[in-house]
Design a protein around this ligand. Structure first.
Ligand code: AMP
Ligand code: MN
Ligand code: MN
Ligand code: MN
Length: 277
């Protein structure tokens, strides 16, 4: 069965509403789907209702932003109770700095001669709490400053680029604990994207596992083919289950529901085995 356990809706930085995303997943032949918006579970109820109408197995998810060794790391929670008050409060606190950070990024762009960035991003996000670099990237494309969302990241918004204002997100151990306390499984999202040294990566996984992390994304739309064997071997060695997903936003080139580089992971347990049915 085709799994897609990582995706984004308009409730964070995706292009499609949760119910539209459910239809796209079903159309693509996905049999089990998780919505994993950034730092919010507000789309889960709509997503679940739409998925069940379509006969699609649904997993309530979230992707929590974490700061670890000065870099942003994402921890996906799968099978969380989206109504748990503690989880909702922690997520609200985590995303509360997004508005101020967007103002600061827009100021930097203003200094570079690009006006109206805050208003442009807000028009796309709809809600100041949800403002993300993806909205800002879409504004930069629309206003003709860059040819594509990826070019906006490469030139202005990626970590270390001139308009990126770093955030102090949640602590790794806290994010894992919030997910576990809400009944979920904590998954290390797209580890190939972090650009840590081998020693730092070892520390990241040791701390993740010590905090209660149980799975890692091996096959994801955010990994390139050559990264799959590395993370499959790492999962095997550390006793982690594997998870997989497109990281679909509906925005970037080459992404599609249920699409990610594939590899035979026979012998590696799948994260779905850890979810309560
Ligand atoms: P934010 O949570 O506002 O920092 O935005 C993070 C989002 O921006 C991620 O979830 C990705 O969708 C996107 N993103 C971050 N870095 C890059 C990058 N280097 N290239 C393309 N997209 C990126
Ligand atoms: Mn995103
Ligand atoms: Mn991510
Ligand atoms: Mn994601």
């Amino acid at each position: 069965m085709l799994l897609d356990l990582h995706s984004h809706s308009t409730v964070s930085d995706g292009l499609y509403r949760p119910s539209e995303l459910a239809a796209l997943m079903a159309q693509a032949g996905v049999g089990c789907w998780a919505l994993t918006d950034h730092d919010t579970v507000d789309g889960i109820a709509e997503a679940r209702a739409a998925a069940h109408k379509l006969g699609l197995r649904f997993v309530a998810g979230v992707e929590i932003s974490v700061t670890y060794m000065g870099k942003t790391v994402h921890i996906v929670g799968l099978g969380v109770d989206e109504n748990q008050a503690d989880l909702q409060a922690h997520l609200l606190a985590t995303r509360s700095g997004r508005d101020g950070r967007m103002q600061a990024m827009a100021d930097r762009l203003g200094d570079m001669g690009i006006a109206g960035a805050y208003e442009g991003a807000l028009a796309l996000a709809g809600n100041p709490e949800l403002l993300s670099r993806t909205h800002l990237a879409r504004f930069l494309v629309q206003a003709g400053h860059v040819p594509s969302v990826q070019a906006a990241f490469d030139r202005y918004l990626a970590d270390g680029q001139p308009a990126c204002v770093p955030m102090q997100w949640a602590k790794l151990g806290d994010a894992v604990a919030w997910i576990r306390a809400a009944g979920g499984v904590a998954v290390m999202a797209h580890p190939g994207r972090y650009d840590f040294s081998p020693l730092q990566e070892e520390a990241l996984f040791a701390d993740f596992i010590a905090a209660g992390g149980q799975a890692v994304e091996v096959m994801t739309g955010s990994h390139r083919e050559h990264e799959l064997p590395h993370y499959a071997a790492l999962a095997q060695r550390l006793g982690l289950a594997h998870s997989c997903g497109s990281d679909f936003h509906g925005i970037k080139e080459g992404e599609a529901p249920g699409r990610y580089p594939q590899m035979d992971l026979a012998g590696l347990p799948c994260v779905t085995g850890l979810l309560v049915a």
